[in-house]
Design a protein around this ligand. Structure first.
Ligand SMILES: Nc1nc2c(ncn2[C@@H]2O[C@H](COP(=O)(O)OP(=O)(O)OP(=O)(O)O)[C@@H](O)[C@H]2O)c(=O)[nH]1
Ligand SMILES: [Zn+2]
Length: 344
């Protein structure tokens, strides 16, 4: 099956970056050393080129990830600039590079089940990641059929997500599903813990089409619901969705801007503090603590903001240390070559 690039979300932003002689395609899935690419010729499995492998040795962020637009011939030559990218902190110890979870998505859905009760701290963490990505964030509370009919927790969920859409859905009853469907040419990604109901949601949105995929998967023994790969899927109606395996211990990576947006209510309060460098730690005239005292700002949320800010600052300091080391190394190489040149 051939794909029209426009229906996959290709536009002038990407075509401007495509060098002549290469074909453009969208990465639907990544494996070790190769990826599946959707393009005008259908679906292709392509290896990395040598140049790409070398670039990735310097910075793993150069490798294609699901949702990327790539330039290829017989191999993937390069990744086109990402319009949006969801970046988590590196997973290996001592890793100061980020890991790109998905690229060029329009909507990031933070998926959290209604039961057991939604983990507001996890929602806030993933929302910071979502805001930082440049895409539209949304909170999707799944398994609405199991939720308390009074919906008290859903309101708390809304308070934890200022500026983001909050949607209550049930894959079981179909409630709220249609509002979730990405528009034609748009891409949504689902982020959330294992068991949150992401794959069930994808199946419900895909209807019969993906059930066939499920059957194919059963035939190759991979099982139907075990999401082990991030994968870009085409939905009826022309939208695309990226299902991800449940994320455990997702760390923030340079998420300062994302945190400001995810905690815009706290930051707005902080602007009202008497001292511009107020640490909200008992200083006189602190608007943040005043809001906690009146109950306007939940104490839990303030604690969550502090924790995530510390984490983001730590990750940024690691990146700064790496950049300094790289700069020193480059400087030494330059000095060495200059010394060589000056020698008689
Ligand atoms: N009652 C109810 N159960 C649901 C609903 N959606 C999902 N479930 C159940 O929740 C469990 C987990 O759903 P999955 O879709 O596999 O969760 P996941 O987020 O994809 O998990 P990973 O693939 O491991 O990341 C399954 O037993 C589903 O049947 C819903 O709307 N209502
Ligand atoms: Zn203050």
């Amino acid at each position: 099956m051939a794909f029209s690039l426009i229906s996959l979300g290709f536009d002038a932003f990407f075509s401007a970056a495509l060098e002549p002689g290469y074909t453009a395609g969208r990465v639907s899935r990544v494996d070790r050393g190769s990826c599946d690419v959707l393009c005008e010729h259908g679906e292709r499995r392509l290896p990395w080129s040598g140049t790409l492998t070398r670039a990735a040795a310097q910075d793993p962020v150069a490798l294609p990830c699901v949702g990327d637009w790539v330039a290829f011939d017989t191999a993937v030559r390069g990744v086109l600039p990402r319009r949006t990218s969801i970046v988590r902190a590196g997973v290996r110890p001592g890793d100061s590079h980020g890991q790109v979870l998905a690229a060029n998505v329009d909507v990031v859905c933070v998926v959290e089940p209604a039961l057991p009760e939604p983990d507001l701290g996890r929602i806030e963490r993933l929302l910071a990641l979502a805001w930082e990505s440049g895409a539209r964030p949304a909170v999707v509370v799944t398994k609405a059929d199991l939720a308390d009919p009074d919906g008290g927790r859903a309101e708390e969920g809304v308070a934890a997500a200022p500026g983001a859409e909050v949607r209550l859905v049930s894959a079981r009853t179909g409630a709220g599903l249609d509002a979730l469907r990405p528009a034609a040419g748009e891409t949504a990604v689902l982020l959330g813990r294992s068991g949150a109901g992401k794959s069930t949601l994808v199946n419900a949105l895909a209807g019969t089409e993906l059930m066939a995929t499920g059957a194919i998967r059963e035939a190759d023994g991979r099982g139907r619901h075990t999401t082990v790969h991030r994968e870009l899927l085409l939905l009826p109606g022309g939208g695309m969705i990226i299902d991800t395996p449940g994320l455990r211990g997702i760390g923030l990576h340079e998420a300062r801007e994302g945190l400001s947006l995810a905690f815009s209510d706290v930051e707005e309060l902080a602007e009202e503090c008497r001292f511009t460098d107020c640490a909200h730690d008992g200083e006189p005239g602190c608007a943040v603590l005043a809001a906690v005292a009146t109950g306007e700002l939940p104490e839990r949320r303030l604690a969550s903001w502090r924790k995530l800010r510390r984490e983001a600052a730590w990750s940024a300091s690691r990146t700064d240390a790496r950049l300094r080391a790289e700069r020193t190394r480059e400087w030494k190489i330059i000095q060495k070559s200059m010394r060589g040149r000056n020698r008689p």
